[in-house]
Design a binder for this molecule. Structure first.
Ligand code: ADP
Ligand code: ADP
Ligand code: ZN
Ligand code: ZN
Length: 782
């Protein structure tokens, strides 16, 4: 536990008075500077509205104002947050869970400068010596500039040829992979066209898409028996005109056809079943020329102690640090010391199992957030306000202890640290706590307590009560109805894992970060038939969608509006006829700023309501469509179950949203403003009625207050009691204690993990307590 620094004097405060963003009810708080303040409260109580929407937003606006008037001319005015007084702000840096862009050229090494230091090291002491650090960069090609040119008068002009040495592999252009299609996922060669040889979604044997192939090729002959010419024609033919049933159509080989219609498209824009197919069928092979190292031959030829830069970048960070410590060359000692300092902070923050060559787009939200934190730990800036959004996501209780140390370290460097967090372990280290509530949405928006952690415990607020809450182990667990066999799983770090996942029960998969939980569940369970995976990933087109459009709720509501007013349903869609012409129904005007982030400001014509003025004259139960979309789920449920305004189809969907703990969510809130946890719960609500028998969830307690976790457990119980199998990856001890079966991976992370260290009931896990998870669960339930 930390020693609390001297109390802040009264000038050393961030003062917020009269904050009214979203649901905030004239909130006033005083936050001590250069201290660690944790914001708590049930989800929807207003933590984000205060911390991100008010404090961080105003800090950013003030920074934007420091640009010259010339630059400001290009920037729309960010609206000032709705607050009376904000004093004592310092520059705020947001360290969030937003995943890092999927740019295939960006790796953990390139985003943290670690790779730049490695390049420098290789250019200085690598053998043989081949020139500057760029020669080791896989993002820089080798180019030749110069040569001879002839002027108009015929004079020859010789410019000395210059070769710029980059390290990029010419075949894969520095990506390390080359893409290909897995033919076995596209065609079942043992079958003929009439028995469904084509496995592509939408290509049913007697459907229109296959008719062209049946007209050109022998329809009853198995594909495996095709002649070479037939096979070529089937798979690769260039487009040509043919007639089928007297209709002119274009015939094209299957591969180029689906490449264009499916594989060349933005994956997020595809329908879910097509997207699943594309993900199955697109294989990224290791580049044969560079063997996945992304580097050209010259860069690979240079070694230090027998290893080239590609091999070094592939080491897991803990191993890389150990290797660097064996280099004993005074010339590069300062460089190595700086690099080791950076790598040690990776280890401290629980990321020691990653390698520097890991594509940054493949990091999970929690890993991305911790990577950003590493960047700031090395920063020379002080007196900055760091704002964290649930930094413990993805962390095992064991990892949380280390994360806490780093938060305190940031504070001790003279920074103000603001953390939105639910985990008791992190609340416990706060110098100051601001507890929001008492409820969510309009039932929240107040500060129900501010002060010390001990004060919070004694305060009687829901958070205070839950801080000392201990779960009890279940008396009895459910009986399995069968098993899902996993054999020889070896994705990433998994060491040929054999495991039987029980069916018909609630299974919790545990283990420290990097132990292989996602690799096991996503690699061996997700993708099988009947498995519904519910993740926190962004939802496509999310600027225009909202919970009402995404869950299909808007359909019955529009119909009810149309019926009540005797007009067309399409009028009540902000994506079609009813749209405000100025913002085309998005409610905002988005300005691309090129070199900076894009900024959106509310549309002035419709005031952000998204509809044409005329549409708003039509009412249902006294409300117009924009007003209905401003209702929280809870209120909308009341409306659509009331006798005069009953819409059963809408009420059914709303009840599911309420069930997943989203009663406070506004129907029209843009999906891109939801947190990862909220997104996951919206998806859960949408899938609740699906036929799939197996549900897979990744850390569903993300964003949930301890009080909300109880509701989630009730929901998972209902799913299992309805005959479904539920598999969750979780770190929350309350969820572990509630499991019927636990699968614990470990013992460590990366190559020190990847094995099953325990399978059994929570009670057995506690009784044995041989694993880290067992110890932490034992502490929690005791
Ligand atoms: P917390 O961070 O405690 O979960 P939030 O500050 O996100 O709570 O939400 C408080 C209330 O404000 C909720 O009712 C939520 O639906 C609403 N809200 C949050 N963000 C927005 C937004 N961008 N637009 C409209 N309403 C919002
Ligand atoms: P957990 O879910 O338990 O945190 P993961 O399954 O994400 O663990 O990671 C287990 C190991 O697999 C780690 O060493 C991690 O770096 C590696 N790994 C995970 N995803 C990828 C990926 N997309 N590419 C390469 N390695 C990965
Ligand atoms: Zn290559
Ligand atoms: Zn508008």
């Amino acid at each position: 536990m930390s020693t609390t620094p001297e109390p802040a004097d009264s000038h050393d405060l961030i003062r917020v008075q009269g904050a009214r963003e979203n649901n905030l009810k004239d909130v006033s708080v005083e936050i001590p500077k250069r201290r660690l303040t944790v914001f708590t409260g049930v989800s929807g109580s207003g933590k984000s509205s205060l911390v991100f929407g008010t404090i961080a937003a105003e800090s950013r606006r003030l920074i934007d104002e420091t640009y010259s008037t010339f630059v400001q001319g290009f920037m729309p005015n960010l609206p000032r947050p709705d607050v009376d007084v904000l004093e004592g702000l310092t520059t705020a840096i947001l360290v969030d869970q937003e995943r890092m862009g999927a740019n295939p050229r960006s790796t953990l090494g390139t985003v943290t400068d670690a790779h730049a230091m490695l390049r420098s090291l290789f250019s200085r002491i690598g053998e043989p010596s081949i020139g500057g650090p760029t020669a080791f960069s896989f993002n820089i090609p080798t180019t030749t500039v110069g040569g001879a040119s002839v002027t108009e008068s015929g004079k020859k002009n010789v410019i000395k040829q210059q070769v710029y040495l980059g390290g990029m592999c010419p075949q894969c252009e520095g990506r390390g992979t080359v893409s290909d299609l897995d033919l076995s996922q596209i065609v079942d060669e043992s079958r003929s066209l009439v028995d469904g040889a084509i496995l592509v979604p939408g290509y049913t044997a007697d459907g229109w898409m296959v008719a062209a192939y049946k007209a050109v090729l022998p329809p009853e002959k198995p594909v495996a028996a095709y002649t070479k010419a037939e096979r070529e024609d089937f798979l690769y033919a260039e487009p040509r005109k043919i007639k089928v049933d007297k209709i002119n159509i274009t015939y094209e080989g299957l591969i180029p056809k689906i490449r264009k219609s499916m594989f060349a498209k933005d994956i997020d824009s595809l329908q879910p079943h097509i997207r699943a197919f594309v993900e199955r069928a697109a294989v990224f092979g290791t580049c044969p020329s560079c063997d996945g190292t992304r580097l050209n031959e010259s860069a690979r030829s240079v070694t230090i102690k027998g290893r080239n830069i590609g091999e070094v970048a592939a080491l897991q960070v803990t191993d890389l640090a150990a290797w660097l410590r064996t280099i004993d060359d005074p010339g590069v000692a300062p460089l190595i010391a700086t690099l080791l300092h950076l790598l040690d902070s990776f280890v401290d923050i629980g990321l020691g199992y990653l390698s520097l060559d890991r594509p940054s787009g493949t990091l999970s939200g929690g890993e991305a957030q911790r990577t950003k934190m590493v960047r700031h730990l090395g920063s020379a800036l002080t007196d900055v306000t760091y704002v964290f959004d649930e930094p413990t996501i993805g962390l095992h209780p064991h990892d949380i202890e280390r994360m806490n140390k780093l938060l305190l370290e940031l504070r001790d460097k003279g920074n103000t640290v603001l953390v939105v967090e639910h985990k008791p372990e992190t609340i416990a280290i706060a110098d100051h706590v601001v507890d929001m509530g008492p409820g969510a949405g309009s039932g929240g928006g107040e500060v129900v307590f501010q002060g010390t952690v001990d004060g919070l415990r004694a305060s009687g607020t829901r958070t205070g009560e839950h801080l000392s809450y201990r779960a009890s182990l279940k008396e009895s667990v459910r009986e399995r109805t069968g098993v899902l066999e996993v054999r020889g799983a070896d994705a990433h770090n998994l060491q040929k894992v054999d495991v039987d996942i029980p069916l018909g029960v609630l299974t919790v998969v545990t283990g420290v970060a990097g132990s292989g939980k996602s690799s096991l569940v996503h690699g061996s369970v997700v993708g099988r038939e009947g498995v519904v995976a519910i993740d926190q990933a962004a939802i496509k087109g999310s600027r225009r969608s909202n919970p009402a459009t995404y869950t299909g709720l808007l359909e019955p509501i529009r119909k009810a509006f149309a019926k009540a007013n005797d007009v067309k349903p399409a009028l009540f869609s902000a994506n079609s006829e009813g749209a405000c012409p100025t913002c085309k129904g998005s409610g905002v005007i988005v300005t691309e700023l090129g070199f900076m982030d894009t900024v959106s400001t509310p549309c002035e014509d419709c005031g952000g309501k998204r509809f044409q003025a005329a549409v708003l004259d039509y009412r249902l139960g006294g409300l117009n469509i924009a007003e209905v979309l401003e209702l929280p789920v809870e209120r909308a449920l009341e409306l659509f179950t009331a006798p005069e305004t009953k819409v059963p189809a809408a009420a059914d969907i709303l009840a599911r949203l309420q069930d997943v703990g989203l009663g406070y969510l506004t129907l029209g809130q843009p999906l891109n403003t939801l947190s990862g946890g909220e997104r996951q719960r919206v998806k859960l609500a949408l899938h609740l009625k699906e036929k799939g028998g197996i549900y897979v969830l990744d850390e569903p307690t993300t964003g949930l207050h301890l009080a909300d976790v109880d509701n989630l457990l009730g929901l998972l119980d209902r799913l299992v009691d309805a005959g479904k199998t539920v598999i969750v990856i979780e770190h929350h001890q309350a969820v572990m204690a509630h499991a019927d079966w636990i699968i614990d991976l470990g013992p460590g992370a990366g190559h020190d993990g990847g094995r099953i260290v325990f399978e059994g009931t929570p009670a057995d896990l506690v009784a044995q307590a041989g694993t880290l998870t067992g110890q932490h669960l034992a502490d929690y339930v005791s």
